[in-house]
Design a protein around this ligand. Structure first.
Ligand code: AMP
Length: 550
């Protein structure tokens, strides 16, 4: 496939709103691809470059892109930024700018999809001193060789934000249609491999093998997630249920094979070198080839410290030793996904827990099993007294479903009136805050789209605003008047008093009295709350209001 064909496919899809129509176009295109193009196309069309489990990162921000592009079109970087500001979208601005570029060679070869991928792999492999320059050269080569339409999608792809609305569910449905496979088989294979490109490849080559794909060591799977719930409903729906404390720390997945091991964060980043102490503790509890799931917390005088403290350790890349002893970490293991070549995720929670207790001698998170609401309530209060965030209820008969925020795990904590939202833009502050951003535009998710829901301007200290400016200034995509559009990748936890219907926001809802609680660097755009959650909370709130008025 030529990259121009990929770009044309993106252009077609960008105009379509109906998911079914998108699936049609995707299915048609999948049929034209060669075997080795399939995984690359599938990731690219979702705006991803490497498989989710892969540690490879492209590491290109808007600044680097603007510099490379400015060189290619023979203009100043400021011209590029101006064009962006007037368009408000990086793709269309780049398309227009590249159309002004002089044709350098009449016989320049057309870029193929695989060449673009190979060049991106090269970019990702450049590290250390001089890497920015090398990346810049590669970007110049890219835009030098591309037509305006190719440049539009290349620019968005390099920033891994394709904005055509194709998410994993849509492309999965197209794969199911083309290869005539049940969605459930594909879902399971995607969860286990954490690589939808690879799943498509297998669907083409050997569909039967999809039923027997297994978790692979050192290919982290997405973490299973929880929905907000309450004790009475949990027991009513499931009878006897397991309750564990909900620890306010940082999620980890530990992989071990022989003497090698890696620790991954919730975003599946390799954090092994940041947590040598945790690695050592986990290596000491078993000698088996294993994958464990848990939460790492910071403790002082026997009490847990706030999760921001844990993050300072987990995100630290340099001088780990210097900070290691001042922040003491403890892992709490609550699940086992793999043991000695056996994939355990299809076993029930009860069965996995039995294996966990047998295999892991220390650091296993305690639990109780009960169908007595009063007993679980007491356990909950006990957890809060000990400084934990609340409890997790886990359905005994449930399988481990990577990446799924289902009803098999229910989180119970005192305040559920917060939402995790992504920052999509900001406004400059006023007065003494005029040199930083003073308010932030927030969005929730509707499948593959971002839906604006609120702005937040309260709850920040001056230090926090300065820190946020430092982080956000590098991901400014464009500026309009007193506002900027940002690459959507920073997640805020936001408190609010109420959800209101609002004609001012395209999703139809807004937050009343939004308040900044914290940055959630451990969460990605895939983890933010969805419009369904907002609708559910709105309904709940309204029912509650009617109920209390009666
Ligand atoms: P939330 O981030 O509010 O969606 O809550 C889910 C998170 O709680 C998980 O991703 C874990 O990091 C964390 N957590 C803390 N304790 C537990 C536990 N016992 N079981 C599962 N997750 C837990």
């Amino acid at each position: 496939m030529y990259f121009i064909e990929f770009a044309e496919c993106c252009k077609r899809l960008e105009k379509i709103r109906s998911r079914l129509a998108m699936v049609e176009v995707l299915a048609e295109t999948l049929l034209t691809l060669q075997e080795i193009e399939l995984p690359v196309f599938i990731r690219f069309i979702m705006g991803r470059i490497f498989p989710d489990w892969s540690p490879k990162k492209i590491g290109i921000g808007p600044n680097l892109l603007f510099e490379g592009l400015a060189y290619v079109i023979g203009k100043q970087k400021e011209t590029v930024i101006e064009a962006l500001n007037s368009k408000g979208d990086i793709g269309t601005a780049v398309e227009e700018l590249v159309s002004m570029k002089e044709q350098t060679s009449f016989f320049s070869e057309q870029l193929t999809l695989l060449e673009v991928y190979a060049a991106m792999e090269k970019i990702a492999s450049i590290d250390g001193k001089g890497s920015q320059r090398e990346k810049n050269l590669l970007i110049r080569r890219f835009f030098g060789a591309s037509s305006p339409l190719e440049a539009r999608y290349l620019a968005r792809l390099l920033l891994e934000d394709l904005r055509i609305g194709v998410g994993e569910g849509t492309i999965r449905d197209a794969i199911a249609k083309v290869f005539d496979l049940p969605v459930s088989v594909l879902d399971h294979a995607i969860q286990v491999t954490n690589d939808i490109g690879e799943v498509a490849f297998l669907a083409l080559k050997d569909p039967n093998s999809l039923n027997s794909v297994k978790i692979t060591l050192f290919h982290p799977v997405r973490m299973m997630l929880a929905q907000a719930g309450d004790i009475a409903t949990g027991i009513h729906d499931h009878g006897k249920i397991s309750a564990e404390y909900k620890y306010d720390g940082s999620r980890f997945q530990f992989h071990r094979k022989g003497k090698s091991c890696r620790v991954y964060s919730r975003k599946l980043e390799d954090i092994t070198s940041s947590v040598p102490d945790v690695t050592e503790m986990l290596m000491s509890v078993t000698s088996r080839d294993i994958i464990l799931d848990g939460e790492v917390i910071a403790v002082k005088d026997g009490r847990p410290l706030p999760f921001q403290t844990v993050l300072r350790r987990v995100r630290r890349k340099n001088e780990v030793e210097a900070i290691k002893d001042s922040i003491e970490l403890t892992p709490l293991v609550f699940d086992i996904l793999y043991l000695e070549g056996n994939d355990l995720i299809s076993l029930t929670y009860g069965e996995r827990r039995e294996i966990l207790l047998k295999e892991v001698k220390k650091y296993v998170a305690p639990n109780i099993i009960s169908d007595d609401p009063a007993e679980i309530e007491r356990y909950y209060m006990n957890g809060l007294d000990q400084g934990h965030e609340g409890i997790m209820l886990k359905v005994l008969s449930s399988q481990y479903t990577p990446g799924v925020r289902g009803k098999s795990w229910l989180k119970i904590k005192p305040h559920v009136d917060t939402l995790d939202l992504v920052v999509t833009g900001a406004d400059w502050g006023e007065g003494k805050r005029a040199h930083v951003f003073g308010s932030f535009h927030l969005a929730c998710r509707d499948n593959d789209y971002l839906i604006p829901i609120s702005k937040v301007a309260t709850g920040f200290s001056d230090e926090e605003l300065a820190l946020l400016y430092d982080v956000l200034k590098d991901i400014v995509v464009s500026t309009k008047g007193k506002s900027v559009i940002l690459e959507p990748n920073l997640v805020f936890e936001i408190g609010y008093s109420e959800i209101q219907k609002s004609p001012n926001y395209s999703g139809g809802y807004a937050l009343r009295f939004p308040r900044f609680i914290s940055v959630r660097p451990d969460k990605s755009i895939d983890d933010i709350d969805t419009i369904e959650t907002i609708l559910d909370r709105y309904d709940f709130q309204e029912q509650h209001r009617t109920g209390s008025n009666q």
